[in-house]
Every structure is written in C-alpha cells, then in structure tokens.
Design a protein around this ligand. Structure first.
Ligand code: NDP
Ligand code: HSE
Length: 404
C-alpha cells in the first residue's frame, strides 16, 4: 500500500479524491499498489464530507509522516505551495501538481531536487488540463528536433470566445459561467489577460527544449479587448478568434508569444471550441501532431493529476529523467518576429491613402453592420515594423494577429 496526501480540497483536489475512489480498482492495478489517501490538507473544514475524517490543517502532519510517499499539490499559487512542495521533495516524497504558477516559476529547481532525492516532481495537469502533453513531450516525441508548439491552452478563455462568437454572449456573463463551472483561476485576470496561457507555453517550451523559458519575458496579450465587431470581421474572413500560446524556431531562434489570433477555418485549431484545448507540436521527423481534450474542469484535470500519482508509485525510488535545465533558453527579440495583422482604424479623411502608404499591399475587409471604420490585413511584417507604422497610423480601434 502507498499512502498519499492531497494539499487543497477545492475543484481539482476534490476531483483527485473522487477519481481515486471511483476508479479505485483500475488505478491500483495500473500502479501495482493500493493507493490510500491518508491526509487531505485544507484551510476549511468539510462537515458531513467523508474527507473530514482524514482532514488536517497542519502541513507538518504530512511532512513528518514517513508513511506518506506521494504528495498531491492542488492548492494553487506560488506560496505556500512552493515551500510545501520543496520540503516534500527534500524529504524524499514525490509530488504531483496541477499548479502552473508554481511549475513555471520553479519547475527546473524542483525537478533537480526530486532527482537528488530519487523522487519525482510531476506536473501533467499544469498545461492542457486533462490532455496528456507533458509526458508525450518528455517520453514520446524524443526523436525530433521540435520546431513549433502552438496551442489553445486556456479553457476559460476558449469557453468565453466560443460563446461570444456563436451566441453573441456578453463577456461578463460568460466569464461568470466559466467561474461557476470551476474552469477559471481564483483571480480570473490570469485567464483573460493571458498570464495563464503564458505560463503554460513557458512550461511546454522548457520541457521541449530542455532549458528554462522565463515566462515573464514572453510577449502576452489577453482577450479583454475583443469585441462583438471583431467576431463580425472574423465571420467575414471565415476565421475564428482564438487565444494562442506559441513558440516557433525560426532560423535557429525561438520566438514565443501569447495573443488572440484570427485563425482561418481550415486551421485545425480554429475548430476547437468551448472548454477544450488543442496543442499542435511540429517535429522535424514526425511532422505535425495534435493533442485535444478538456483544458480545465474538475475530473479531466484530476485525471491528469492521478496519472502522475500512478507514475510516481510505479517509479517509487527511481527518478524519471526530465530535462529542464536552469539555464535560460536563448530567444530571439520579439520585435524581429514576423506576423500578419488585422487592423481596425477610424475612417478619417485620407485614411486609405495613409494605410496604403504605410503598409503597401493590404487586403481590405468589411463586416455586416460595422461602419465608421476601415479594416485591413497586412502582409507579413516584423512586430517592430508593425508597431512603428501602427503609431504613425493613429486612431487604431483594435489589432489582432492573423494566421492560416
Ligand atoms: P480551488 O481554489 O478550487 O482549490 C484550492 C483549494 O486549496 C481550496 O480549497 C483552498 O482553500 C485550498 N488552499 C489554498 N491555500 C491553502 C493553504 N495554504 N493550505 C491549505 N489549503 C489551501 O482551485 P482549483 O482546484 O481550481 O485549482 C487548484 C490548482 O490547479 C491551481 O493551481 C489551478 O491553477 C490548477 N488547475 C486548475 C484547473 C481547473 O480546471 N480548476 C485545471 C488545471 C489546473 P480555500 O478555498 O479555503 O482558500
Ligand atoms: N483556468 C485554467 C483554464 C485552468 O481555464 O484553462 C486549467 O489550467
């Protein structure tokens, strides 16, 4: 029998307890041992819930109990999660976490500590919710030079964008629905301003390229400036608006960004709706691979966390090699990254001449019922060049990157 402890009995933590209880036989068979939840740590009490019998408010009960071999951290936030996880690993306990804030900030260090103590630091649920993506990057796509990772990596924003596009739903109402469904972060600004996607693309990039990508250096835009008019243009352009996190290797330089992108309907990521996430990985041998599934929610996320618990139990006493060195990844200057841009600008006198003079050959777009403005798509240009010309153009209403 292997004893485990669950830190945090919220959406994901209660899901972990439910999955382990419901799928008891199958999980134990796959782990090769009976998994027993010995403690659940939370700030609150849960009267009437069976978990009350194993509830503690003191992390030291778990740390000092040598019978606890695996700690599941699903509290969220960097502190005290970092302190609890580090102490657990230093004590030789393996850790499974869904906490991307923790992994993006301290992943490399925690992996190294786990290795030194013949334990494991596992974080399958930290990107893509229930989608297996960390394990494939670490164990399956190991023959390839990876040249691109692009994904819809946030369930909350994909849920919001889908409802706004398909039902004309109001932003605030759908955000509230995503919160009620347990998809959103405690502070949903992390979802809607792109910070959550930024941490996830940083984690995936660090695992794929073996060195640390500091998430704070990634250019990040969220979805809060997207309006009903943008969806009308997207319709006219046979496109969907999706919040993407991407890392591309261009001429041996890595460029990452997080931003809403107009994706042509022929792009497989354009069809990924609701809380679902999709991640496209391109390798120089395997070509394109797509990963698809629920990016947030109680049971899908718990499924990924429990798969880590099973892996930790199967590898008790041995470290699963994971390469994420502390050394910073060398990245290109974002102003040199090449993109195309959809631009909406106020329809002032002489605006077309100004657009043509600054941007040359552009494609004009019009949308039903939108007046008083001009909209166009640029050719490929660098981010730096675009920002300069955008400033000269003035009276910008909105800008969204475009991909095919
Ligand atoms: P919740 O807020 O629902 O749950 C967190 C739980 O941890 C709460 O019960 C909270 O108690 C408890 N907690 C917080 N701090 C402490 C502490 N210091 N000691 C003991 N207990 C504490 O969050 P989620 O379950 O949604 O998310 C957990 C983690 O998983 C986050 O990192 C999140 O980003 C990540 N994640 C979430 C997904 C989802 O779909 N929800 C999907 C993938 C990852 P209290 O409420 O009293 O503060
Ligand atoms: N808030 C996150 C999301 C949870 O909506 O994707 C899953 O990481």
């Amino acid at each position: 029998m292997v004893n485990i402890a669950v830190l945090g009995y919220g959406t994901v933590g209660s899901g972990v307890v439910e999955v382990i209880n419901t799928n008891h036989d199958i999980v134990n068979k796959r782990a090769g041992e009976e998994i027993r939840i010995k403690y659940v740590l939370d700030l609150r009490d849960f009267p009437g819930d069976p978990v009350a019998e194993i509830l503690t408010h003191d992390f030291n009960d778990i740390l000092n109990d040598d019978e606890v071999k695996v700690v599941v951290e699903v509290m969220g936030g960097v502190e005290p999660a970092y302190t609890f996880v580090k102490k657990s690993l230093l004590a030789g306990k393996s850790v499974a976490t869904s906490n991307k804030e923790l992994v993006a900030a301290h992943g490399s260090e925690l992996i190294a500590i786990a290795k030194e103590h013949a334990a494991n630091f596992l974080f399958e649920a930290s990107a893509g919710g229930g989608i297996p993506i960390i394990r494939p990057l670490n164990s399956s796509i190991t023959a390839d030079d990876i040249t691109e990772i692009t994904g819809i990596l946030n369930g909350t924003t994909n849920y919001i964008l889908t409802k706004m596009a398909n039902e004309g739903a109001d932003y605030a109402t759908v955000l509230k629905q995503a919160q009620d469904l347990g998809y959103a972060e405690r502070n949903p600004e992390a979802d809607v301003e792109g910070g959550d996607t930024c941490r996830k693309i940083a984690i995936l990039t660090s695992i794929a390229f073996g060195k640390n990508l500091d998430y704070a250096t990634i250019y990040t835009e969220g979805i809060t400036k997207i309006t009903a008019e943008d969806f009308k243009y997207a319709d006219a352009m046979k496109s969907a608006i999706k919040l993407l996190g991407t890392t591309k290797n261009v001429d041996d330089k890595l460029y990452s960004f997080v931003a809403p992108v107009m994706l042509n309907e022929t792009n497989p990521l354009a069809k990924i709706d609701d809380v679902f996430n999709g991640i496209m990985v391109h390798g120089n041998a395997v070509d394109d691979i797509m990963f698809y599934g629920r990016g947030a929610g109680k049971l899908p996320t718990a499924s990924a966390v429990v798969s880590d618990v099973v892996d930790a139990v199967k590898h008790m006493g041995t470290n699963i090699m994971t390469i994420w060195e502390p050394e910073e990844l060398e990245t290109g200057d974002f102003s040199d990254a090449v993109n195309r841009f959809f631009v909406r600008v106020a329809d002032e006198a002489g605006i077309e001449e100004k657009i043509n003079q600054l941007f040359g050959d552009v494609q004009y777009v019009s949308a039903d019922g939108v007046t008083g403005e001009k909209a166009f798509v640029t050719s490929d240009m660098t981010e730096g060049d675009f920002q300069k010309k955008k400033t000269e153009l003035g009276s910008i209403i909105n800008v969204i990157r475009v991909a095919f």
